[in-house]
Design a protein around this ligand. Structure first.
Ligand code: PLP
Length: 455
């Protein structure tokens, strides 16, 4: 029996875990003994499990611990904030320094005229908020029918009712979503979906799909197009070059707002504070972000809207009837401020342009392995898709649980990676040194080879 801390043992945690419903899990499988990994501590790029093993955190908590674990600057900022002002809300006319300062800071980092910030506590709610704001915006403009949303197959936007409705339908099998509100455009994945087309022809086909949907639904009925700069939980899908700018141009021509879901891609993961403009050349009307905003030290999300949208919703004659008690929570806002200061002081986004590229290059080298079909992604956001046949790209059967097997092999070798069907996802802390990066690549090669041998 391992004693974790304050007389809490592993056995006590596992017994208590019988009461905890875990997210995105097979609840039946979790009934088996030893099905859970109990993480009890973390430092830098590493975490420690209840058996005392140090593991490389290859998923950065959950795509979020960007500055690494255990950063004193953020922990102190949170505790100092709690000592000064533990809680006050941002309802009505109340405000407090940390929420106001963080909103100001985010506005200074966000591209163009994205100057107004609404806080919530998850990426899901940030995405919901952006849709509620746009629906209200169109009501205020006297366009009550302009409400539908264009999303994409493969997208992940969260687990509230609305965010899940915008998410790829695969994620809501056996669950319900809001009927008729969201239309899903084609998956922009050339390697899987391109067929005989060149990448450029495939891009044209994706653009045509958008145009066709606008024609069918009517631009007067469509409020927004929502897109992750790189799809994350849908399997790390990078759209063809120029995709976002072409989609954004068509949206603009049709008076459809472009929402960039930067819950994952912001705060350094792709080498910039925000990826929409700096990496993909797009000026969105709204950016939603969360995760790396506090590096996961506190739950916090931001919906960042343009001055133009704000002018409409703040015009006389209406009320902003939207609120969460913890919107802009002082401790979360303090964590956000300290996290951004740390990123700026240590030039983390800039460093990622080098270390993230090293990470990407080391993992791309795994493409020579027999069952690796595609290694894709960018910087510290990588997906490895396994195939039964490299030439035909024939996928493994879901029952082969290939991603799970590789992730288990990796964990035995000291690396946490996330399985997603036939895909393995890596979204680590952004502070990994070249030697840890090499270690990750070595562990993955060993693990994939070990699983290959069993096939
Ligand atoms: N949007 C994207 C792109 C995400 O990856 C996620 C979560 O992984 C979400 C939204 C939902 O964020 P949250 O889990 O904080 O609700």
């Amino acid at each position: 029996m391992t004693v974790l801390h304050h007389n809490i043992s592993t056995d006590m945690v596992l017994a208590a875990d019988d009461h905890l419903i875990q997210s995105f899990s097979d609840l039946n499988a979790l009934k088996q003994e030893n099905a859970r990994t109990v993480i009890v501590g973390a430092n830098g790029a590493m975490v420690r499990d209840s058996g005392g093993r140090e593991l490389i955190d290859g998923i950065g908590g959950l795509w979020c611990v960007n500055v690494g674990h255990g950063r004193r600057e953020i922990i102190d900022a949170i505790s100092n904030q709690l000592e000064t002002l533990d809680f006050y809300s941002t309802f009505y006319n109340f405000t407090h320094p940390s929420a106001a300062l963080l909103a100001h800071k985010i506005a200074s980092l966000a591209p163009g005229d994205l100057n107004k910030v609404y806080f919530a506590n998850s990426g899901s709610v940030a995405n919901d908020t952006s849709i509620r704001i746009l629906h209200h915006y169109n009501n205020r403009l006297g366009r009550p029918n302009k409400k539908k949303i264009l999303s994409r197959i493969g997208a992940y936007h969260g687990s509230t009712y609305l965010a899940m409705t915008m998410t790829t339908p695969l994620y809501s099998q056996n669950w319900d979503t809001a009927p008729g509100l969201v239309h899903h455009l084609r998956l922009p994945h050339f390697w899987r979906e391109g067929g005989d087309m060149t990448e450029h022809e495939f891009l044209d086909a994706l653009v045509d799909d958008l145009k066709q949907n606008i024609e069918n639904i009517g631009a007067e009925n469509i409020a927004a197009f929502i897109a992750e700069p790189i799809m994350g939980a849908g399997g790390v899908i990078v759209a063809p070059d120029g995709y976002h700018t072409r989609m954004a141009a068509i949206c603009r021509d049709n008076d459809i707002k472009y929402i960039s879901d930067e819950v994952v891609t912001a705060f350094g993961r792709l080498g910039h504070f925000f990826a929409s403009k700096d990496v993909f050349g797009v000026q969105p009307d709204i950016i939603n972000t969360a995760k790396g905003l506090t590096s996961g030290y506190q739950p916090l999300s931001a919906t960042i809207i343009s001055d133009e949208i704000h002018d409409v919703i703040s015009a006389p004659g209406g009320n902003f009837l939207h609120g969460m008690t913890y919107s802009g929570h002082p401790a979360a806002a303090a964590a956000g401020l300290a996290n951004i200061a740390l990123m700026e002081n240590e030039n983390i986004p800039e460093r990622v342009r080098t270390t993230g590229k090293q990470f990407e290059t080391s993992l791309r080298a795994l493409a020579d392995l027999d069952i690796v079909g595609e290694v894709r992604g960018s910087h510290f956001m990588i997906g490895i898709e396994f195939v039964r046949d490299k030439i035909t790209k024939a996928p493994f059967d879901v029952t082969d649980q290939i991603g799970l097997k590789v992730s288990q092999a990796a964990q035995e070798r000291g690396l946490i990676a996330r399985p997603l069907g036939n895909i393995l996802i890596l979204s680590p802390t952004l502070i990994m040194t070249p030697d840890i990066i090499e270690k990750v690549a070595d562990i993955l090669r060993d693990s994939i080879e070990a699983v290959q041998k069993t096939l």
